[in-house]
Write a protein that binds this ligand. Structure first.
Ligand code: UDX
Ligand code: ADP
Length: 463
């Protein structure tokens, strides 16, 4: 099938950047990204590119090049579905907060709504692509809905998981390690796979495009995220041991990372991983394993989450203990709130949990993050529902200037590894703080020796 029109349902962190790059690289294909959220679509269409809803280095330039040429953002979901030959589903699949599988299974209600909408609208054959990370065998459910409620047209379901990491999304999309496409082994299935391969072939080498069956593709995405997260929990587990023994986690990571069998990436000890994917996908894997009665498999992967929760809690406890066992009414400044640098995404950010612990100890938190709004900070805390909204609002403030945020603080905690933190005038910050002035570097990004020379009491992770 010659592809001339693509639609993507969901204009979020996955759908937005992915479709922008497809549109840039395939000027002959009309790409329409649709979302129910009118505010989000308006932001994607904002003439001022500073206002597009997702901050990703390089994304504004790509949107500027392709938007209104062959990239469109719209709330007219039915129209875009009707016109497209390929429909990507990029809606959110959060962990269930109710019912069976609560706190573990993926909530597929948004996926199901999309499938029903596609079935209702489609008047000709369509290729439906799962882009969101989904539990294994979701494609089967989508197919069943499409085939049983549709207008008698043919649907081919493909799994094409997205491996981009936030903060480097544009580079990851332009130069992917691999593109994975899973589809049916039937003739029609193979034809559908080829149509999608042809789209990616506009800029990705054939040897990087991998085709598999649907289930392998779905499971590979969960497995990749589980392996990456496991490395972080492994290094974080060793960081606690380093703190007890006098070893230095940065030195240990370097030493083991030089073993080519281990490799150097994803060995950075931290306050704990965040983001919308790792925890959700592992919980999902654990749930799937349990539902097949594979309890040892489930327990094995669950430990990655247990370790991550421990690392976040350990960080807040260390702050309390070091500050003479009380942070009550003390000002603690958080530099960083996003779950990693170069993104404005805060989902599952360690900062939220550390702040929550410290507010429970009656600390006053001041936040500075170069890309996260004060509303977002407060919304994140309120989402935990551990205290009243008024109490949260009285316990946390956000600042536009890092020096102002640090003024009179008893301690600074680094929660995100933003590059700009390394460039600050730390002497000026030290002079404006309460003494002794503490820094808890949850990302090991600052120079502990220099800070100690200034007078700070510096505590990194794993040393
Ligand atoms: C991840 C996967 O990397 C990506 O392939 C998938 O498509 C989505 O999930 P993302 O969550 O955007 O991407 O970012 P990632 O770079 O993986 O970081 C996740 C978390 O781990 C962040 O909080 C980061 O700070 C933390 N991290 C990462 C560490 O603590 N140490 C490391 O060495 C690497
Ligand atoms: P991700 O990180 O997976 O991209 P986001 O939450 O950033 O997740 O984006 C998902 C988007 O999908 C949201 O903007 C949401 O409004 C949109 N969405 C969810 N369900 C539907 C639907 N049925 N039709 C259109 N858009 C939807």
């Amino acid at each position: 099938m010659k592809i001339t029109k693509i639609c993507c349902i969901g204009a979020g962190y996955v759908g937005g950047p992915t479709m922008a790059v497809i549109a840039q690289k395939c000027p002959h294909i009309q790409v329409t990204v649709v979302d129910l959220n009118e505010e989000r679509i308006a932001a994607w269409n904002d003439k001022d590119l500073n206002n597009i809803p997702i901050y990703e280095p390089g994304l504004d330039a790509i949107v500027s090049e392709a938007r209104d040429r062959n990239l469109f953002f719209s709330t007219e979901v039915d129209k875009a579905i009707d016109e497209a030959q390929i429909i990507f589903i990029s809606v959110n699949t959060p962990t269930k907060t109710y019912g069976k599988g609560k706190g573990m299974a993926a909530d597929l209600k948004f996926i199901e709504l999309c499938a029903r909408q596609i079935a209702r609208v489609a008047k000709d054959n369509k290729i439906v692509v799962e882009k969101s990370t989904l539990p294994v065998r979701t494609a089967e459910a989508i197919k069943s809905i499409l085939d049983n409620t549709g207008n008698g047209v043919q649907f081919q379901i493909l799994s094409n998981p997205e491996f981009l990491a936030e903060g480097t999304a544009v580079q990851d999309l332009l130069n992917p390690d691999r593109i994975l496409i899973g589809g049916d082994t039937t003739f029609e299935g193979q034809k559908a796979i080829q149509s999608l391969v042809d789209v990616y072939s506009n800029w990705v080498n054939a040897d990087k495009i991998l085709t598999t069956n649907v289930w392998s593709s779905e499971l590979s995405k969960l497995t990749a995220n589980a392996f990456l997260a496991q490395r972080i929990s492994s290094i974080n587990a060793m960081s606690e041991l380093c703190e007890k023994t006098g070893a230095d986690i940065n030195e240990v990571a370097k030493a083991i990372g030089m073993d080519s069998r281990i490799g150097s990436k994803f060995l950075k000890a931290s306050v704990g991983f965040g983001g919308s994917c790792f925890q959700k996908d592992i919980l999902n894997l654990v749930y799937i394993a349990k539902s097949y009665g594979l309890n040892e498999v489930a327990d094995y992967w669950e430990q990655v989450i247990i370790m991550n929760d421990h690392q976040k809690r350990r960080f807040s406890s260390k702050i309390v203990q070091t500050l003479y066992n009380t942070v009550s009414d003390k000002k603690i400044t958080f530099l960083g709130w996003a779950f990693k640098k170069d993104t404005n995404d805060t989902r599952e950010s360690a900062a939220i949990y550390v702040a929550n612990d410290l507010i429970n100890e009656h600390a006053k938190i001041a936040v500075y993050d170069p890309k996260v709004s004060s509303k977002k900070v407060l919304d994140d805390l309120n989402y935990l529902e551990t205290r009243s909204i008024e109490n949260n609002a009285n316990s946390i403030t956000s600042h536009l200037d890092p020096y102002e945020a640090c003024q009179n603080a008893h301690a600074i905690a680094i929660l995100t590894e933003w590059d700009e933190f390394k460039l600050y005038d730390w002497q000026k910050i030290y002079d404006s703080m309460q003494k002794p002035a503490f820094i808890f570097d949850g990302r090991n990004v600052l120079n502990g020796i220099e800070l100690t020379e200034i007078g700070f009491i510096y505590k990194g992770i794993g040393s």
